[in-house]
Design a protein around this ligand. Structure first.
Ligand code: NAD
Length: 328
């Protein structure tokens, strides 16, 4: 009995703490703890909830995506929800993911991509013209930040083809822009931003588009929002090629992998080489390539079952990438 009460108390405590951390991170763009601490508490809560589904609060942070859209922006209702991704932290988690995928969909090809550390955005084009840009918000409703997204050079105002299409990707601040911004803020006696992710989110969630324009932001687009098959696309790699043809900027470092061992090699490579990139990444996203297989796998309330985000270990504990490094 005491154990049950103790567990209930811990669950309530984790819910409360994670809501506080999430509010600071998603709503205020000013995290109060490192991501690793947030992730550890989230994993603890997920583990308890898995053993005791009766302890899942309806508003548990494990069931919710992102934060609350800011009132100062008009709201954008996403036609298809903008979800989160389940996380993996080591080789065993990735092998588990592969096993679950194969059980549900047979053998598949994966696409590995860099997990860009920025914020998710959606761009709506009508007859090839950019008409709206929004944040993910709580997954169902985002903020209308069209004016700010229009200032980003890698966001085309007009596509190469007159298509009506929603695309999704990550807006981010390159390391160089971030260093310059903090130098300027330092000189002006302003508080520097904690990291490029918060600087990017803070820049895009401003009412004055001149601020976003001055911050040298960039985007990588990584998906067609909604029904990609409507554009005769059979797979995620097809979709990425299509996005390239439309004049959108995709990330070139993606790789198709036929086995989980190839995925692990890709993870190990980027764990070693990520510092050389001009932008920050916080992990690797692994996606099932074929859309039919994706459909077979489906979704949880919060994330697709056909994808997973491997998160790099926190910098301070990054001695060796555990057993993954041994597999290269
Ligand atoms: P997530 O960051 O784990 O994964 C989902 C997001 O990945 C997508 O929404 C998209 O924006 C992004 N992404 C980047 N590259 C991508 C690609 N190539 N393909 C697809 N998606 C890509 O999930 P989340 O819900 O956005 O955020 C949770 C994470 O945020 C936590 O794991 C934690 O690290 C961090 N966080 C930190 C705090 C804190 O207090 N420090 C609080 C809340 C969340």
């Amino acid at each position: 009995m005491d154990d049950v009460l103790e567990l209930e108390r811990r669950v309530a405590e984790l819910n409360k703490i994670l809501h506080e951390y999430g509010h600071a991170y998603y709503d205020l763009d000013a995290p109060i703890v490192p991501d690793s601490e947030y992730d550890a508490k989230m994993q603890e809560l997920l583990a308890i909830e898995e053993e005791h589904p009766d302890l899942i609060y309806p508003d548990s942070p494990t069931q919710r995506v992102g934060g609350t859209p800011l009132e100062v922006f008009s709201k954008v209702v996403h036609r298809y929800p903008m979800l989160s991704l389940a996380n993996a932290f080591n080789e065993a988690d990735l092998r588990d993911f592969d096993r679950r995928v194969q059980e549900a969909a047979g053998s598949v090809v994966y696409v590995c991509e860099l997990k860009i550390d920025g914020l998710a955005v959606s761009l709506q084009y009508e007859n090839g013209q950019l008409v709206q840009g929004s944040t993910r918000g709580d997954g169902a409703v985002g903020e209308d930040i069209t004016a700010n997204l229009r200032t980003i050079r890698s966001v085309p105002l007009r596509l190469q083809q007159p298509l009506t299409i929603e695309v999704r990707g990550e807006a981010y601040m390159p390391k160089r822009s971030f260093a310059k911004l903090n130098e300027d803020r330092d000189e002006a006696g302003e508080v520097p931003f904690a990291n490029p992710r918060n600087a990017a989110a803070g820049s895009l969630r401003q009412l004055d588009p001149k601020i976003a324009a001055s911050r040298n932001l960039a985007t990588f687009i990584y998906a067609v929002g909604g029904d990609a098959e409507a554009y005769n696309l059979d797979s995620h790699s097809d979709a990425l090629d299509k996005l390239d043809q439309l004049g959108l900027t995709t990330n070139e470092e993606r790789k198709r992998c036929a086995t989980i061992d190839e995925v692990l090699d890709y993870v190990a490579y980027w764990t070693e080489h990520r510092q050389a990139l001009d932008y920050e990444i916080d992990g690797i996203v692994i996606k099932v390539d074929n859309f039919e297989a994706q459909e077979q796998l489906g979704y949880t309330a919060k994330s697709p079952r056909w994808a997973i985000a491997y998160k790099f270990p926190a910098e301070e504990v990054r001695t060796k990438l555990i057993d993954i490094e041994l597999s290269v």
